[in-house]
Design a protein around this ligand. Structure first.
Ligand SMILES: Nc1ncnc2c1ncn2[C@@H]1O[C@H](COP(=O)(O)OP(=O)(O)O)[C@@H](O)[C@H]1O
Ligand SMILES: [Mg+2]
Length: 324
């Protein structure tokens, strides 16, 4: 049996017919693995996350969970398949309903999927979930504002665990938190992964956040994956200029290495997905761009100078933190 738990094929989401938020994404997630997805704000990461968990309908393409195409399922089959893939949202300040108690928030999935836990056992199940994520089970009747930011994100994680999914899509789960709290939440996610054999899609706008948790990393730019590989490949041997630019912005804690880094400053913002540049979408901000880049779209593939898939005509290993 294949150990691929989640797979997309040429996944596309266009809003209002023209905004190409996600524009042909192929990815695979294996059992127990974490795939980091990284890119600047506006690159389509949250839209991809919503497509994966079924909160948005794709314009075209497929999302398969354990080989079942979610876009073709209906009714009870779809509900059962959806149980298996849950989401943790970015902002614990706005994603939790302030008028619901923690017990009601974490237990809400049991109301929607009433077959999972019988009514009489739900309160205990919620308390067990709170305990699992390191919250006090006695606080079940408190409201979100009575918790700190990190604790609120734990509430969101408990809720995502309620239906015992195999896959959790984490959409910038620590971006809104203080740096000191970020590590605690990431450690919790790693422990839960070990305990429950979870597979994660872990989204961030910053390569330093995904480094610690990811087995593989996909770099996203304007609706497409531009480079993909094992974490070592992406962090030590990046071949796409966009990845190199993101990497150059990562803080370097070791002052001895800091001197060697070549700063690459990304000019301007991500272009509008309603009117992406022809050919390579990154070319308008790329220091290596040549005529061919506006004419021919570079496909995501292994190249002469890129041992892992890279969507650049001039892909070549260049680690801005080390020099060539
Ligand atoms: N519901 C929507 N309607 C129209 N445009 C949208 C909608 N959701 C997202 N977009 C647009 O799609 C692009 C990608 O957004 P998003 O997926 O949120 O990116 P990210 O999470 O990487 O910041 C942005 O240009 C955004 O404005
Ligand atoms: Mg987002």
């Amino acid at each position: 049996m294949s150990d691929v738990v989640l797979e997309t094929k040429d996944l596309v989401k266009h809003f209002k017919g023209e905004i190409r938020a996600v524009d042909g994404v192929d990815l695979q997630l294996r059992r127990g693995e974490t795939l980091g997805v990284v890119g600047e704000s506006g690159c389509g990461k949250s839209t991809l996350a919503k497509l994966l968990v079924g909160l948005e309908k794709p314009t075209s393409g497929a999302v398969a969970v354990r080989g079942q195409d979610m876009t073709r399922l209906k009714g009870g089959e779809l509900r059962r398949a959806r149980r298996n893939i849950q989401m943790v949202l970015q902002d614990p300040y706005t994603s939790l309903n302030p008028r619901m108690t923690v017990g009601d928030i974490v237990g809400e999935p049991f109301e929607i999927h009433s077959e999972v836990v019988p009514k009489g056992k739900r309160q205990q199940a919620v308390q067990d979930l709170l305990d699992t994520v390191g919250l006090n089970p006695d606080h079940i009747n408190r409201y979100p504002h009575q918790f700190s930011g990190g604790q609120r994100q734990r509430i969101g994680i408990a809720r995502a665990l309620a239906l015992k999914p195999e896959i959790i899509v984490c959409d910038e789960p620590v971006s809104a938190l203080d740096v000191s709290i970020q590590a605690q939440v990431i450690n919790l996610l790693e422990r839960l992964q070990d305990d429950f054999g979870l597979s994660y899609i872990f989204i961030a706008h910053d390569l330093s956040v995904v480094r610690h948790i990811s087995d593989r990393v996909a770099v996203m730019y304007l609706g497409k994956i531009v480079e993909q590989g094992h974490d070592v490949a992406i962090y030590d041997q990046p071949t796409h200029p966009y990845t190199q630019a993101l990497l150059s912005a990562v803080p370097v804690p070791d002052p001895r290495l800091r001197g060697h880094r070549k700063q690459i400053v990304l000019e301007g913002d991500v272009p509008s997905p309603a009117n992406p540049p022809s050919g390579c979408r990154f070319r308008t901000r790329c220091w290596k761009a040549q005529h061919v880049c506006s004419e021919q779209e570079p496909l995501l593939q292994i190249r002469e100078r890129s041992p892992h898939p890279s969507a650049c005509h001039f892909a070549e290993i260049n680690n801005p933190l080390r020099g060539r």
